[in-house]
Design a protein around this ligand. Structure first.
Ligand SMILES: Cc1cc2nc3c(=O)[nH]c(=O)nc-3n(C[C@H](O)[C@H](O)[C@H](O)COP(=O)(O)OP(=O)(O)OC[C@H]3O[C@@H](n4cnc5c(N)ncnc54)[C@H](O)[C@@H]3O)c2cc1C
Length: 402
């Protein structure tokens, strides 16, 4: 039976695994984390995400896990509102939508939908990949060697498959000048409730702090700041010290968040990068999701593209008669790239001023941002905004950081 290796059990990898299994593939997913990686902010169910989940028969489950949200509000250091945008703004097509679920819930839904033809190997990755002519020989970190008909690198923006087959990360990474920490805060007695509002506080010097509603008893926290590089992942203390230095004087609930970050078991910190790889496939190996085209969380399209990419790759393989006949796998990978590349390229084109509006430099910029949020919702601006929105209906990852 045709056997595929998917490296990375995130949104792209787990979606692909379940779709391929339904077509008759046997799929091994090698995920470096010791268990399913949860965490992250919310995923918008408009556009591509909705369509792919619906076709996979998983939309109902996703809709059952929606997070009750009332909108987004920009606040000052004392928590006073500078501007707000309710979910009803722009006929429900504004900054925050009614139809958002947490990335954690989406990851669980996809993971649990896999059938017996999908095997997850947690705590595992690949150390070498070698073309054999008819397949790819993978050497796993655990020591095992195995040949596959297809290898998919769905291992995120820092992809190991990309490094092994296409060259080092530095060649493909385009930092956007911002970094972002995120984690889940568990509410305790005295935690200020969000009441359904995604609250965003910007401070001068490109610093942003946000809290958005999660499921009962949880708030999803984000801290955004200017940085192109970070202390190494293994040096947790240096990472926390950097955050504490950067956000020391920011006000609002920042001190509480810095304290909670150290206790959170899903704490993550990364730079906002884009990934540009000129060719995603080589022989029977292909990149999928952030490893191939990361548009960055600033695009709001990461998860939608991951879902769409998985669906397109599964369809391209089906179109060449795989898994019954795997001879056409290399041409399926080329066809997949032809279909997905224009979408990925367009998603990476961030609107002008995106970084500046996400993390304004000065107090004046922060005020101007709030004014713009209010002005956009005015009667006079409505026709313009509707026209602009009509062109961006792919569907988005709802995380916009702080
Ligand atoms: C925990 C987490 C939280 C996130 N939160 C947000 C968010 O709040 N907002 C946002 O816009 N985007 C977030 N993202 C990124 C978002 O999920 C992706 O942009 C999008 O869904 C594309 O998915 P992907 O599957 O390509 O990458 P990812 O979702 O990043 O998944 C990649 C998977 O590969 C695994 N992996 C990494 N290296 C290896 C390796 N060497 N071997 C094997 N496995 C490996 C990772 O552990 C992960 O499970 C988050 C990603 C993760 C993993």
């Amino acid at each position: 039976m045709a056997h595929a290796l998917v490296v990375g059990g995130g949104i792209a990898g787990d979606t692909l695994a379940l779709l391929m299994e339904r077509d008759g593939w046997t799929v091994t997913v090698a995920e470096i984390a010791p268990a399913l990686r949860t965490g992250g902010q919310t995923v918008d169910l408009r556009g591509d995400s909705r369509e792919v989940l619906e076709r996979a028969g998983l939309l109902r489950q996703a809709l059952d896990r929606l997070i009750p949200q009332r909108g987004a509000a920009w606040i000052d250091a004392r928590g006073r509102r500078l501007a707000e945008m309710p979910v009803e703004a722009f006929d429900g097509r504004g900054y925050v939508s009614r139809e958002e679920l947490s990335r954690t819930d989406l990851a669980r839904i996809l993971h649990e939908a896999a059938g017996p033809g999908v095997t997850h190997r947690f705590g595992e990755t690949v150390d070498a990949l070698e073309d054999t002519g008819t397949g790819v020989l993978a050497r796993f970190r655990g020591g095992m060697e195995e040949e596959f008909d297809l290898v998919v690198g769905a291992d995120g923006a820092h992809s190991r498959v990309r490094a092994l087959r296409f060259g080092p990360k530095a060649r493909y990474r385009r930092p956007l000048g911002l970094a972002h920490a995120w984690f889940t805060l568990t509410e305790r007695a005295g935690t200020p409730p969000l009441d359904g509002w995604f609250l965003i506080h910007n401070a001068p010097g490109r610093r942003g702090v946000s809290a958005r509603p999660g499921h009962a008893g949880e708030q999803e926290i984000g801290l955004t700041f200017a940085a192109d590089t970070l202390p190494p992942r293994r040096d947790r203390e240096a990472r926390f010290a950097l955050l504490e230095r950067t956000f020391a004087d920011v006000g609002w609930r920042t001190a509480e968040f810095l304290d909670a970050a150290r206790q959170a078991d899903d704490f993550a910190l990364d730079t906002f990068d884009q990934v540009h790889v000129p060719r995603w496939h080589a022989g029977r190996t292909v990149l999928l999701g952030d490893s191939a085209w990361c548009a960055s969380p600033l695009s709001g399209l990461g998860t939608a593209l991951a879902l769409r990419g998985a669906a397109e790759l599964a369809a391209a393989l089906r179109a060449v008669g795989a898994p019954a006949d795997t001879a056409g796998v290399p041409s399926a990978l080329a066809a997949f790239e032809r279909t997905m590349r224009p979408r990925a390229t367009s998603a990476r084109q961030l609107p002008p001023g995106r970084v500046a509006s996400m993390a304004p430099k000065s107090a004046l910029g922060i005020r101007a941002n709030a004014l713009a949020m209010r002005a956009l919702q005015s009667k006079a601006a409505r026709p313009l905004v509707h026209r602009a929105l009509a062109g961006t209906e792919h569907g988005r990852t709802a995380d916009r950081g702080a």
